[in-house]
Design a protein around this ligand. Structure first.
Ligand code: BGC
Length: 406
């Protein structure tokens, strides 16, 4: 539960063009966002895949390189009389914010292990790399991707109360009355502030959720063992690996593929969550799609129809568990603010699981009925895809900061 220093809801009337940087788990996106002032926006963006080398060591210079390329390719330079271009920075890892443009990294996750960063101010680290590489950009706001999603959804739907990412990782942010935020130590306790929940860390003590041996195996072998255990049960980076563990355990019991695996399947993280999506969605009579993934992509020896059915069921169960836990988390936040549930409210969501996992949104609505009731879900709850929300949200927050400065 991290106070974010974001205190102003967007009105949808904001206008202007802003630079935004969006560091996710897989890609770095550099965007130029135009807010049209009529609840719509447009953006020009360039996506850079984050290299392994960047994830493990030279991240900050990698970011500076990518921003430099973007500025050059789009002919961008500081406004007349200015030395830098202001920029909003979405940073999709947990940071303890110390201000709107500063925050210390609490830990790495999603496979990142850049040394000498934990405990340090990520804006400083990025800004120093800009200076080293002569990139004329100044970070004026740093925010979590869920905060960006919340702001973007709020720009188009003013009744937005929550922003969620169901993607490579998972997390949520929501509006809270400042008097209810014990961690907020600022003098002013009136009004609202966005709280970055970092719910991926829920139950790190592993006391509440029913973990299987496949979850435990994944957790034990991960670079952030014992951390983000909730995230490991529901997000895109991990679900395929949970499925791979479950499939291999059936192989070892000779219940699948006559006890044979393949070199590819034996390697960690080779069973992509995207394969799970394809497998679950395969409704062909002979499960042809499943066969192609198992035999052609993963090089498993010829499979039987029963093998393919079992794999489809395993993936389906792990996916369904993920959606149920996702719905439970979202519902818990809404239930903690029952007064909000009397009126229609929107939740902005982004991420690969929400966008691409079969029926994710439909199931999210359905499972939420169990917790929130049919009346609220049918008549007042609205889930919206906040596409590119993290980048656009960074521009919205940067704009607010710039206006307050001038
Ligand atoms: C990070 C969060 C982020 C989420 C979604 C998690 O791994 O800890 O800060 O919001 O992923 O990208």
């Amino acid at each position: 539960m991290i106070p974010t220093f974001v205190r102003r809801r967007p009105s949808g009337k904001e206008t202007g063009t802003f630079l935004a940087l969006d560091l996710g788990g897989t890609n770095l996106r550099v965007c130029q966002v135009t807010l049209n002032g009529d609840t719509t926006y447009s953006l020009v963006q360039q996506k850079f895949t984050i290299t392994q080398d960047a994830k493990e060591s030279r991240l900050w210079d990698f970011i500076a390189d990518c921003v430099g390329i973007f500025l050059e390719e789009h002919g961008l330079s500081p406004a007349p009389g200015k030395r830098t271009i202001p920029c909003g920075y979405t940073f999709s890892f947990p940071i303890f914010q110390t201000g709107i443009a500063s925050g210390n990294l609490s830990m790495w996750n999603k496979g990142f292990t850049v040394p000498n960063s934990v405990g340090r101010d990520v804006v400083n680290l990025t800004q120093s790399a800009f200076q080293r590489n002569h990139v004329p950009v100044e970070v004026v706001a740093v925010l979590n991707d869920t905060v960006g999603t919340l702001m973007t959804s709020g720009y188009s739907h003013p009744d937005t109360q929550m922003g969620i990412i169901f993607g490579t990782g998972t997390n949520a942010a929501y509006w809270e009355n400042m008097e209810n935020i014990p961690k907020w130590t600022g003098a002013d306790r009136k009004g609202e502030m966005v709280v970055n929940m970092e719910w991926g860390a829920f139950d790190n003590a592993t006391e509440v959720l029913p973990y299987t041996m496949h979850d435990n195996k994944l957790n034990r072998k991960s670079s952030n063992h014992g951390l983000q255990v909730f995230e490991k049960m529901i997000s895109g980076l991990f679900l395929g690996e949970v499925a791979r563990n479950a499939i291999l355990s059936l192989v070892d019991q000779r219940l699948l593929f006559e006890g044979r695996s393949s070199e590819i399947l034996n390697k960690s993280y080779t069973f992509d969550t995207a394969y799970m999506s394809e497998i679950v969605a395969d409704d062909s009579k002979d499960l042809r799609g499943v066969k192609t993934i198992l035999e052609s992509t993963l090089d498993i020896p010829p499979t039987t129809f029963v093998d393919r059915q079992v794999v489809k069921n395993v993936c389906g169960m792990i996916g369904t568990r993920g959606v149920r836990l996702s719905a439970a988390a979202m519902s818990a936040v809404l239930l903690s603010r029952p007064e909000l549930m009397e009126n229609p409210l929107s939740v902005g969501i982004d991420g690969s699981m929400y966008q691409f996992y079969p029926n994710f949104e439909k199931d999210l609505y359905n499972v939420s009925r169990t917790f929130l009731g049919d009346d609220f879900v049918n008549n007042r709850l609205r889930l919206h895809l906040a596409k590119d929300g993290s980048g656009v949200g960074a521009a919205i927050v940067a704009m607010t900061v710039e206006h307050e400065r001038s």
